[in-house]
Write a new protein. Structure first.
Length: 251
C-alpha cells in the first residue's frame, strides 16, 4: 500500500469514526456527492481539498499525516481469512516469514526456488494485506507492531503445529544453538498464572533480541524457533491407569 493509499485510508477511517458521511463532505466542499465518492475511489485529491476535509474533522493536515504514519506500525495480527490466504501457497508464506525476518527480496530469490517475478508478486500481495509497504527497487518497509503475532490456533499457527511433531522435534537437540527440556510439576492455578506471565516476558525478550539482531550481517543470523507450552496434562498412558477420570475444573 502506497503512502497516498495510507493517507486516504486513514482519512476514511477518521471520517467514519466521527460519523461524517460522503454527503456531508460534499456539502462542506460544495461538490456533488458523486464527485466526492469518485475522488475517494480514485484517491485523487488536491492539497487544498485535503486541507478542507481536515478542517471538517477539526484537525490539521499534519495531524492527518501523523495519524497515517502511526497506523502503519500498529498491525498486530491478520484476520483468519488473510492467514488462510498466506497458507494456501507455501512459497507465499515462506516469503512472508522471510520478510518479517528482514530478508531482502534478492536474498529470498538467491536462497529459495522462487523467481524474481514470483517474489515481487508475493510482495505485492503482502503489501495488500498490510504487512509491508513495497518501496521502489523492491525494498520493503514492515508495517507490523513489535508485538505482532499469528492468530492463536489460526491457519498459520496450525500450519506450524502440524509440523512440530514430524519436523521441529525430530532429532536429539544436542548441537550448538539447540536445547530441549521437559519438566513436570504439580502447580496451583495461581502458580500456573505466574509461570505464564514469565513466559510472556520471555516472548517479549525473544522479540527484542530479534530486533537487536536485524542489523547484523545476514551470514551471522540464523532462523531460530522457540516453542513454549504449558497446560494441565498427564501422558495418556498414565491417564489410562486412573481409577476415575480427573474431572476437576482448573481454578
Amino acid at each position: 500500500m502506497s503512502q497516498t493509499q495510507h493517507l486516504i485510508a486513514t482519512l476514511k477511517r477518521l471520517l467514519k469514526a466521527d460519523g461524517i458521511t460522503y454527503a456531508r463532505v460534499a456539502a462542506h466542499l460544495q461538490l456533488s456527492e458523486a464527485t466526492v465518492k469518485r475522488q475517494f475511489s480514485l484517491q485523487s485529491f488536491s492539497l487544498q481539498t485535503l486541507e478542507a476535509i481536515c478542517d471538517l474533522l477539526h484537525m490539521e493536515l499534519a495531524e492527518l499525516v501523523q495519524a497515517a504514519a502511526q497506523s502503519q506500525a500498529t498491525l498486530r495480527s491478520l484476520s483468519a481469512t488473510q492467514e488462510k490466504e498466506l497458507v494456501a501457497d507455501p512459497s507465499r508464506l515462506l516469503t512472508a516469514v522471510c520478510v518479517l525476518n528482514h530478508w531482502s527480496a534478492a536474498r529470498i530469490v538467491e536462497t529459495y526456488q522462487i523467481s524474481e517475478a514470483q517474489c515481487v508478486g508475493y510482495l505485492v500481495q503482502l503489501d495488500r494485506l498490510g504487512l509491508i509497504d513495497l518501496m521502489p527497487e523492491n525494498r520493503v518497509k514492515l508495517r507490523i507492531a513489535r508485538d505482532f503475532a499469528w492468530l492463536p490456533d489460526g491457519p498459520i499457527q496450525r500450519f506450524f503445529q502440524d509440523r512440530i511433531q514430524s519436523d521441529f522435534l525430530t532429532g536429539r537437540f544436542d548441537q550448538p544453538g539447540q536445547q530441549l527440556r521437559f519438566q513436570h510439576a504439580m502447580l496451583t492455578a495461581e502458580a500456573s498464572a505466574r509461570l505464564q506471565q514469565r513466559m510472556q516476558r520471555l516472548l517479549r525478550e525473544f522479540a527484542e533480541l530479534h530486533e537487536d539482531s536485524k542489523s547484523a550481517p545476514d551470514a551471522q543470523r540464523y532462523g531460530t524457533s522457540l516453542l513454549m507450552a504449558v497446560k494441565p496434562w498427564e501422558p495418556q498412558a498414565f491417564e489410562a491407569l486412573r481409577r476415575h477420570p480427573d474431572s476437576r475444573p482448573f481454578a
